[in-house]
Design a protein around this ligand. Structure first.
Ligand SMILES: Cc1ncc(COP(=O)(O)O)c(C=O)c1O
Length: 359
């Protein structure tokens, strides 16, 4: 196993290549920042830090539970949904158990399953989509958790809701199914799953949500899980009592309230993504059909080389070599102007390719 290898920080790149400006399009953050309500909330936050936070995150819990129409006891909060993934693995996996997931997909499922000593049953994706039938077939008596990343990272593809129901109906009821919805808010509302209905229908379901993506609060580390009360209780046993800081609880509450910011981000992202997709089509580069704020783009040369070229020209993107999709780049959809500049750099890259390498 290896520690997580983060991409280069913008300041490092700027210094190394002596550039005026760097645009980071590598971690699917929100280029529009966060709600103004968060800015206002931050201004009021100069006191009380000598006290522990509310370990129940009462206000945030109450707000989210009432908005989602679930009970407060169905929620668990974490330092990002990453932390909820660790709780789930700690609560349900150990040596002698196994867990089923797509491969490649978001790597933290694998990482924390291995830390708990569980066996991995990785089912190859088919053209960037989860192979749900293959995943069902991989389940055996020792399987404790199945992971569904929807929309998937790094491809951005979806599992149609009818396929999800087919999966849930065939999955044994004593196997936990984790539905990671980190990018759910970017989807067309009509394609989003019905959370309340699914939680009522499937007692073995855990849904993961995050404040890091559309809410633009990645730096604060806030995420939550929604499940049956019975499962949430198990996750809350594993959770440290004060795992969500006072500032994080407050900004998450402010951000969650601002539906307009979420709506605007979603619209702007969809428009800019559409524009970028049209550009790629024009130059004959293909990509996976994404409903998120990133695109996995096929490159005509080695992905590391392509990523290095973009880096030297001021754009940090993620090489697919690190994500299990060689010869691709995962590019976060940034601001309109930045994406237009990126188009120019991609054209420059395209022009400099000769016989499959940069000339
Ligand atoms: C699919 C998916 N799940 C979970 C996470 C973790 O997000 P966070 O821990 O910031 O909530 C990410 C972050 O990139 C992700 O892409």
């Amino acid at each position: 196993m290896q520690p997580y290898k983060p991409g280069m920080q913008p300041s490092e790149v700027q210094k190394k290549f002596n550039l005026d400006r760097i645009v980071k399009l590598a971690s699917n953050e929100n280029p529009y920042g966060y709600s103004k309500r968060v800015t206002e909330e931050l201004k009021t936050m100069a006191t009380d830090f000598e006290m522990y936070p509310d370990g129940y995150a009462s206000e945030l819990r109450n707000k989210i539970a009432s908005t989602l129409n679930v009970s407060e006891e169905q929620l668990v909060f974490g330092a990002g949904s990453d932390e909820i993934i660790t709780f789930i693995c700690r609560a349900f996996l150990s040596e002698g158990t196994n867990t089923v997931m797509a491969a490649p997909t978001f790597p933290q499922y694998r990482q924390h399953a291995l830390i708990e000593g569980a066996e991995l049953k990785e089912v190859p994706t088919v053209q960037g989509h989860h192979d749900l039938k293959g995943m069902l077939e991989a389940i055996d008596n020792q399987t404790k958790i199945v992971w569904l990343c929807m929309p998937d990272n790094p491809t951005g593809t979806v599992i149609p809701e009818k396929d999800f129901h087919m999966f849930m109906e065939h999955c044994p009821k004593d196997v936990i199914v984790v539905l990671d919805e980190a990018y759910q808010e970017f989807m067309n509302t009509k394609n989003q799953y019905d959370l309340k209905q699914n939680l009522s229908a499937y007692e073995n379901l855990i849904v993961l949500r995050t404040f890091s993506k559309i809410y633009g609060l990645a730096g604060f580390r806030a995420g939550y899980g929604i499940s049956s009360e019975q499962i949430a209780t198990k996750l809350n046993i594993v959770r440290g009592p004060f795992n969500m800081s006072i500032p994080t609880q407050r900004v998450a509450l402010a951000a969650f309230d601002d539906e307009q910011f979420v709506k605007e981000t979603k619209e702007k992202n969809a428009n800019v993504r559409f524009e970028f997709e049209s550009f790629l089509q024009k130059i004959g580069w293909t990509y996976y059909p994404s409903v998120t704020n990133f695109l996995l783009v096929n490159t005509p040369i080695d992905a590391d080389e392509a990523a290095a070229f973009l880096l030297k020209n001021g754009f940090i993107v993620r090489s697919g070599n690190l994500l299990g999709y060689p010869q691709t780049l995962r590019i976060t959809i940034g601001l309109k102007d930045d994406m237009q500049q990126l188009q120019q750099v991609i054209l420059k890259l395209k022009d400099s390719i000769q016989d499959g390498v940069i000339g």
